[in-house]
Design a protein around this ligand. Structure first.
Ligand code: C2E
Ligand code: CA
Ligand code: CA
Length: 317
């Protein structure tokens, strides 16, 4: 396809190099839009500079031990709770980045940059190591029944050698794979259903549990649900939001839960914020929930405190 960048020149004395630079910046954006041409705007340059800073910082943060840069790149853990017992069953590991001058960088932004700059594998290994350290703390404090769920980038999953790499890493940390869930999004299956599904089967054979994240938003897996080599379905927040607004007969969550249960899969509802949603999910037989109603993502020490408090409450009741 032809891509055209247009640079407007209100000042006739502008230097030619500047025009070329601006045209190249606009061309980088042209690839992201459907239009055949794109006009240069100053915020394109700003965006590019911001991405550059994030990339550079991320690269250097990943190369230095985490303890040397507290508060810059870290992992928080969000509890996922059993809807029947109200107990924490596992935590989702969610990466956080904070840069001086730029503040908090939203995860989708730095993850997209990592994927575009061949940093996805390194970031994935870092999150896995952090999560293994957290799992070891959980085990040392007697919470060995609690799992951790880790998000996997498409670029990482489909990279050759992923299965061997992740298996070796958890072995090095002496963590059994069966307490690790790997979350992959539906859209990853789009790159080649059979090839991706074979990787998932390989991972399951090695003991990892597989979850489909943001279910219902991407490439339609509804039709191929029974062919998917997965253990857990995470229903996207957009469906959970509808509990509050849509007429009951229009809600598909109940049907989805029954279908998943028939296939032996566990169902998690994402983004649960209100009690009314929780009650509906319990009524529909959904297994687990995740959301601000129970807890936001928290630091490891808070997570351990939460489990300890839960245990105390259990012992006294
Ligand atoms: P996700 O995997 O769907 O993670 C759930 C997101 O929903 C998290 O956003 C979480 O903070 C947020 N959330 C949880 N409960 C609620 C709720 O009740 N209400 C609302 N409004 N939001 C809720 P976060 O941490 O900003 O992460 C965004 C996305 O970035 C994640 O979506 C995931 O796709 C990606 N991500 C985060 N950390 C990692 C990572 O370490 N590796 C990879 N590959 N992706 C990551
Ligand atoms: Ca996730
Ligand atoms: Ca999700």
């Amino acid at each position: 396809a032809v891509e055209v960048a247009i640079v407007e020149m209100p000042d006739p004395n502008v230097e030619p190099e500047k025009i070329f630079t601006q045209a190249s910046v606009a061309l980088l954006h042209a690839g992201k839009s459907d239009a055949p041409y794109v006009f240069f705007t100053p915020d394109m340059e700003e965006q590019l500079l911001r991405s550059d800073v994030i990339e550079r910082e991320l690269r250097s943060l990943l190369e230095t031990p985490t303890s040397e840069h507290p508060g810059r790149l870290w992992v928080e853990y969000q509890p996922i709770v059993d809807l029947k017992t109200n107990q924490v069953v596992y935590f989702e590991a969610l990466t956080r980045m904070h840069l001086p001058g730029l503040g908090r960088i939203p995860p989708p932004e730095f993850i997209e940059i990592a994927e575009g700059q061949q940093l996805a594998i390194q970031l994935g290994e870092w999150v896995l190591c952090e999560s293994c350290n957290f799992l070891r703390q959980l085990q040392q404090q007697g919470f060995s029944h609690v799992y951790v769920s880790i998000n996997i980038s498409a670029a990482d999953l489909l990279h050759s050698g992923f299965v061997e790499r992740i298996t070796r890493l958890v072995e090095q940390h002496k963590i059994p794979p069966h307490i690790i869930n790997l979350e992959i999004t539906e859209s990853m299956m789009m790159y080649g259903f059979d090839a991706a599904n074979a990787v998932l089967q390989d991972l399951r054979t090695r003991g990892f549990r597989i979850a489909i994240d943001d279910f219902g938003t991407g490439y339609s897996s509804f039709a191929r649900l029974e062919d998917l080599n997965v253990d857990i379905i995470k229903i996207d927040k957009s469906f959970v939001d509808k509990i509050l607004t849509a007429e009951p007969h229009r809600l598909v969550i109940g049907d989805l839960v029954r279908m998943c249960h028939r296939l032996g899969m566990e169902v998690v509802a994402e983004g649960v914020e209100e009690e009314r949603q929780r009650l509906y999910l319990v009524e529909q037989g959904c297994d687990l929930m995740q959301g601000y109603l129970f807890s936001k993502p928290i630091e490891p020490t808070q997570a351990l405190e939460l489990l300890a408090a839960e245990e105390c409450a259990g012992a006294s009741s």
